[in-house]
Design a protein around this ligand. Sequence first.
Ligand SMILES: N[C@H](CCC[C@H](N)C(=O)O)C(=O)O
Length: 276
Amino acid sequence: MKLKFTKMHGLGNDFVVLDGVRQNITLTPAQLRFLADRNFGVGCDQILLVEKPGQAGVDFRYRIFNADGSEVEQCGNGARCFVRFVHEQGLTDKREIKVETKSGIISPRLEADGNVTVDMGKPIFSPDRIPFVSPTDAVIQPLQVGDQEVAITAVSMGNPHAVQVVADVDTAPVAIQGPMIESHPRFPQRVNAGFLQVVDRHSVRLRVYERGAGETLACGTGACAAVVAGISRDLLDSPVRVSTRGGELSIAWNGPGTPVHMTGPAVTVFSGEIEL
Ligand SMILES: N[C@H](CCC[C@H](N)C(=O)O)C(=O)O
């Protein structure tokens, strides 16, 4: 099967984007892993599949697959690339669209300056989806990681995140603790592991060891989860500039019961075809 694809990235978190509206696409986990393979395939952190919506009042459905072939609930950098893709492909002329994901509806908007703002929906504390009640209820919990006990805040942006505060992201044990937290028994669906350095109340540095992909240059939902965790622990005030290895995101959140808004770039690199 010849498959058309477009290679995109959001701050270096890179994607193979597939038009499942004009192409009938069903991919096995092995085919997904092949597409994501940086030596034998195209290479990416996630595959994004654009489909017709499954419900009224929504413009598209958006399915997200990690490089390991697992399907997940949400992808923030991908949402920004998604809206640029459907616009560039002529699948819509709207600048703001409603998109159905596995974890709910998000609304990405193409800004005049070329950036994209996404209403990422409301955060939920702890991947057990325990509803967030008040700042003091932010779930700060000890997690035994090898011979270390780390204090994490569990936040769901539709997908699960375990965020810990570190003194310096450059020296944080991301390569060691990342995989151990990702597959920790505390998180039966596995988890994305965030390492957050507070620079001041409106700026942070962040590294994320992503579930199903390893450390990426940026993680959109990870930036949302880190800012929500930081604000809930009274370390940050909205809006927050999040510096990742791939560049900067701006995240705004006005507290419990309100959605998180993320603003950042989305870049199309090239389009191609691959024989599957
Ligand atoms: N690895 C994530 C999915 C991709 C999220 C990330 N690329 C983003 O920009 O939010 C997970 O398994 O939940």
